[in-house]
Design a binder for this molecule. Sequence first.
Ligand code: SF4
Ligand code: SF4
Length: 470
Amino acid sequence: MKVVKSAFKFKGGVHPDYNKGLANNKLIEALPMPSELVISMSQHLGAPAKCIVKPGDYVSRGQIIGERNGFISVCVRASASGLVKAVEKRLGPAGGKADAVILDTTASAPEGVEMLGDGPVLKPLDWENSSREELIARVEEAGICGMGGAGFPTSVKLNPPPGKRCEYLIINGAECEPYLCADHRVMVEKASRIRLGVEIMRKILGECAVRIAVESNKPDAIQALSEAFADISGNVEIVVLSVLYPQGSEKHQIFATVKRIVPEPPALPIDVGCVVENVSTAVAIADAVEKGEPLLERVTTVSGDAISEPKNILAPCGTKYSDLVQFCSGTKETPAKVISGGTMMGFAVPSLEIATTKTTSGILLLSSRRVFQYTSGPCINCGRCVRACPMCLNPADISKAVEANDISDAERAHVMTCIECGACSFSCPAYRTITQFCRRAKNSIRARIAAEKAKAAAAQNAAEKKEIQK
Ligand code: SF4
Ligand code: SF4
């Protein structure tokens, strides 16, 4: 196993203030079980899970409470035993509302109802003697999705369609978002679990090269991984990346590690022979297979200058932000902004009643000194956003098109390839909300495509009906 420096630099990118020093040396601490969990059915990319419990039900830790609801979907399991108090729509970390199970974890089950307790939920598997189908099924039943932020169902990613082969398994440990260090701590403290996850994925994907990508500002993580992977067989390298945002983006990581370019959507990394998985996802796979533990908890960084004690906390999925903040000894001052995720791609949230999901890598509480008040002005054609854009787009043109309500023009300017990284808004001296313009255009284009598909399907149904009636 070699440690090499990345020889490839993508175009664009920016250097925001990383502010990782607040929490990157803090050991992961386990949160005592909160008295109430809010477990969302929409913790992943794709169709939300279908809730199968109702108020008054007692559920066991690990029991399925939301069934997988389509090909791009994952199941949701109860992060703790308890009583279902309610099933209702709740606001999630990214702003949308979804069904959530409100669980009272202090209620004990009535006599005769057996609870699973804290032992393994699934039967541990001997991975070396399990088939790839058994391992994929385990990843699926454990409810694992990408834990780096996107939440793509992992069992789908690990099962490439016929004719596609994984040549490179890339393990994403870049964590380039400011403040966040959950993955950093996982690499330092759970490097041997990452290795096991990698070996299981290699068995699923077939013989492939492995590249573990880590930014150079995490020397202790590089050291821990080097030791854990020292005697691994096969073509495995740790690739040290330069510190540059958005180095953790899937497409940019593929370029920085193996110099391959993923074409425009709907192309996927597997189209260029790559599968990218986050370091925490690798640990979740190891735990699901070897210990029989589904994905019920994750490490979340709680940081920012308004929090009393920044921490990295292992907490059940469905933990309310207020419980995490309390565990950090509360706030030093009233935060001016609470952000779910990092400062570049995260979402400002209106309250601490929002709960974590499988993809919540961090929450930030920022004081008014860190929250810049600005008024967005007209474009001065300085070109800084064009230089910053890692997708080689012209963000200025796109923002002007959306401002003028000309979504077709934004589409012609390839807005659908925008990864919403925020590098353009970060660079703009006129404080234009370019990323929000891109997001608005993408949502509008997606809605139009969905409406066109629905119209075509309805026309086809009507034609088939007519044919049958003949
Ligand atoms: S948000 Fe989109 S347009 Fe802006 S820099 Fe990132 S990829 Fe480019
Ligand atoms: S950075 Fe802002 S002001 Fe400069 S070209 Fe881009 S949108 Fe216009």
